[in-house]
Design a protein around this ligand. Structure first.
Ligand code: G16
Length: 561
C-alpha cells in the first residue's frame, strides 16, 4: 500500500474512534446496533466496500438500514456484484475492521488484507459504491460516515442513491453490473411491465373476476410504503391502499410492519374490525419482507396470518404448474428438451404443515440456517430455486442456463404455435423472472407476483390461506448474558452448547403432540430466539414458555426461575 494511501486512511480514521467496551459483530444481515454507536462501524464498512469494489472490479452496494429493528437502531447491509449479500468469505475481515481499537491497528489490518487479496490500489481501476438508506433519522449522518470511508480509499467513489428499499439498492447493483440502466424509475418500470405482462396472460375465465379486488398494505411507517405509493400509480389493474406509509405520525416498526404482524399475530396500528375479510399485506422497515393477513370477524384482535411459507407455497404451485404445461407435449426425441430442476429452501422456522404440503406436491425441500445469505446460496444451485423464510423474506431465483433455454423455447413456440398454452407458460415464467428480484427478497416485487398469481388462479385470499392449516406456533425472545454462548447445528435445530440444554429441550418437547422446538441466537438483536409448535395454540405457547425458561436457566440472569 502506498504511503499516500496510508496517510489518508490514518488521518480520516482518527475522526472515527471505535466505541469503547463494545464488541460489534457481523450478523445475519450485516452489522446492526443502536445508531449512536455506529459511526465508526459504518465508516469502516465504507472502506471495506471500496476494497470489495476494487477487488471485484464491479459496482458494490452499501445500504444503511436496520430493517425490522426499532427506529433507534441502525445498521449496514452490503451488496456484492450480483446484488447478493456480501460474500461470507469477507465477513471475518468485516468483523476485524469493525473492532480494531485504533487507527494504527486498522491500517495494519487493511494493509495485510490488501496484500493477501491482491487488491489493486494503484489507480488502474476506479471503485464505485452505490449508497442507499432507509427512512431512519440517523441515516443521513451515518451515510456521511460511509462516504468518508469510501473516500478514504484512493480510486473509490460513492454514489448517493438516496432513500431506497434495501431490495431496490441490491437490484440497482445487479443491474449496473449487467450493464443495464439502473435508476429507480428503471426498477419501477421493470416491475410494472412484467406485472402487466402476467396480467395479460391471465386465463380468460378469470379475467372478469372483480371480486376480492382491493388490497390494503401496511407500510411499517417506512420506506416500503413510500415506494409502493409511487409504484401503484404505474399499475392500472390493481387497487392498492397504503396505510402506515410513513407520512403520518406513526413510528417505524412500532406496532406495525411485517415482523410485528408475523410474530404477534394481532392487528397492527391502522387496521381493525372495518377490514374484516379484506386482503391485507404488511411490509417491513426496509421493504424486504412481505406477509399477508386477513382480519377475522370475531373481534379478538387476532389476525389470520399468511406468512412467507404460504407465499412460498403459492409460488411453488404456480411455477410447477407452468413447468408442467411447458413440458406437456414434449417430443421425447427432441434435443432441446430441458427438465428444469426445481428446489425449495426453508429454515427451521418454516411451519411443519408447510413443509408437509410442499413435499406432498412432490417438491425437493432443503433447509438452511436463518439468513437470506444462506437460503439464497442454496437456491442458486437449482434451475429454479424458491426460497422463503416464514418471516416473509424470500424470492425465486432462475439460473442463466434455464433462462436462456426458456428464451429460445419461447421463440421457437412463437414461430410454431404462437398463443398456445405452452407458449403462454413460457412467457409467464419469463415474466416472473423479470418481476421477482433476482438479487434478494423484495416485498414489492413479491407482492406483485402474489397478486398476479391469485388473479391467475381466480383465488380469493381465503382460498389461498386454506392451502393447508398451519400448526399453531409461538416465537419468543429471551435476553441472556451472552448470546454467543449458544452454538447450534443441523440448520439450527440442535443446540451443541451449552451442554445439556438440547437434552432438556428434547425432554420438554416430547411432552407435546406434534411438538417441535428450537432456540438460536439472533443475528440482528441481542436476544435468543425461541420457536415452538404443537397441535394446539395453548400447547405451542406452553412449550415456548418452558423452552424460554430453560434458555434462561442455562444462559440468562435467572429471572424466569
Ligand atoms: C434479517 C435477515 C433475515 C433474517 C432476519 C432475522 O432480516 O435478512 O434473513 O431472518 O434478519 O434474523 P435473526 O433471527 O438472526 O435476528 P431483516 O429483514 O431484519 O434484514
Amino acid at each position: 500500500m502506498e504511503e499516500e494511501q496510508k496517510a489518508i486512511l490514518f488521518k480520516i480514521s482518527s475522526h472515527f474512534p471505535s466505541p469503547q467496551g463494545v464488541k460489534i459483530s457481523y450478523g445475519t444481515a450485516g452489522f446492526r446496533a443502536d445508531a449512536s454507536i455506529l459511526q465508526s462501524t459504518v465508516y469502516r464498512v465504507g472502506i471495506l466496500s471500496s476494497l470489495r469494489s476494487l477487488k471485484t472490479q464491479s459496482v458494490i452496494g452499501l445500504m444503511i438500514t436496520a430493517s425490522h429493528n426499532k427506529v433507534t437502531d441502525n445498521g449496514i447491509k452490503i451488496a456484492d456484484p450480483s446484488g447478493e449479500m456480501l460474500t461470507q468469505a469477507w465477513e471475518p475481515f468485516a468483523d476485524q475492521l469493525a473492532n480494531a481499537s485504533d487507527p494504527q491497528l486498522l491500517l495494519q489490518l487493511i494493509s495485510e488484507f490488501v496484500t493477501k487479496e491482491n487488491i489493486p490500489l494503484d489507480g488502474t481501476w476506479t471503485g464505485e459504491i452505490l449508497v442507499g438508506r432507509d427512512t431512519r433519522p440517523s441515516g443521513a449522518s451515518l451515510l456521511e460516515a460511509a462516504e468518508q470511508g469510501i473516500g478514504s480509499v484512493v480510486g473509490a467513489v460513492a454514489l448517493d442513491m438516496g432513500i431506497l428499499t434495501t431490495p431496490q439498492l441490491h437490484w440497482m447493483v445487479r443491474a449496473r453490473n449487467k450493464g443495464m440502466r439502473a435508476t429507480e424509475l428503471d426498477y419501477f418500470k421493470q416491475l410494472s411491465d412484467s406485472f402487466r405482462c402476467l396480467m395479460d396472460l391471465i386465463p380468460n375465465k378469470h379475467k372478469l373476476n372483480e371480486t376480492d379486488d382491493k388490497l390494503v398494505v401496511d407500510g411499517a411507517n417506512g420506506v416500503g410504503g413510500e415506494k409502493l405509493e409511487i409504484l401503484k400509480k404505474m399499475l392500472d389493474s390493481l387497487a392498492i391502499e397504503v396505510r402506515n406509509s410513513g407520512k403520518g405520525e406513526g413510528v417505524l416498526n412500532e406496532g406495525v410492519g411485517a415482523d410485528y404482524v408475523q410474530k404477534e399475530k394481532v392487528t397492527q396500528h391502522g387496521f381493525g374490525i372495518e377490514d374484516v375479510g379484506i386482503r391485507c399485506a404488511s411490509l417491513d422497515g426496509d421493504g424486504d419482507r412481505l406477509v399477508y393477513f386477513t382480519v377475522p370477524s370475531n373481534s379478538s384482535g387476532d389476525i389470520d396470518l399468511i406468512d412467507g411459507d404460504k407465499i412460498l407455497s403459492l409460488f411453488a404451485l404456480f411455477i410447477k404448474e407452468q413447468l408442467s404445461i411447458l413440458n406437456k407435449e414434449v417430443d421425447k426425441n427432441a434435443t432441446n428438451n430441458y427438465e428444469a430442476c426445481l428446489g425449495v429452501i426453508q429454515t427451521a422456522y418454516a411451519n411443519g404443515a408447510s413443509t408437509d404440503y410442499l413435499k406432498q406436491l412432490g417438491l425437493e425441500v432443503v433447509f438452511t440456517q436463518t439468513g437470506v445469505k444462506y437460503l439464497h446460496e442454496k437456491a442458486s444451485q437449482y434451475d429454479i430455486g424458491i426460497y422463503f423464510e416464514a418471516n416473509g423474506h424470500g424470492t425465486i431465483l432462475f439460473s442463466e442456463c434455464f433462462l436462456s433455454w426458456l428464451d429460445a423455447r419461447n421463440n421457437e413456440l412463437s414461430a410454431i404455435s404462437k398463443g398456445s398454452e405452452q407458449q403462454k407458460a413460457a412467457l409467464r415464467l419469463l415474466a416472473v423472472s423479470n418481476l421477482i428480484n433476482q438479487a434478494v427478497g423484495d416485498a414489492l416485487s413479491g407482492l406483485l407476483l402474489v397478486e398476479a398469481i391469485l388473479k391467475h388462479m381466480g383465488w380469493s385470499v381465503h382460498r389461498w390461506s386454506d392451502l393447508y392449516q398451519d400448526l399453531p406456533s409461538r416465537q419468543l425472545k429471551v435476553k441472556v448474558v451472552d448470546r454467543t454462548a449458544v452454538v447450534t447445528t443441523n440448520a439450527e435445530t440442535v443446540v451443541l452448547r451449552p451442554h445439556g440444554l438440547q437434552e432438556a429441550i428434547n425432554a420438554e418437547t416430547a411432552k407435546y403432540t406434534r411438538g417441535r422446538s428450537f432456540i438460536r441466537p439472533s443475528g440482528t438483536e441481542d436476544v435468543i430466539r425461541v420457536y415452538a409448535e404443537a397441535s394446539t395454540q395453548e400447547a405451542a405457547d406452553n412449550l415456548a414458555n418452558s423452552v424460554a425458561e430453560l434458555a434462561d436457566q442455562f444462559l440468562g440472569y435467572g429471572s424466569n426461575k
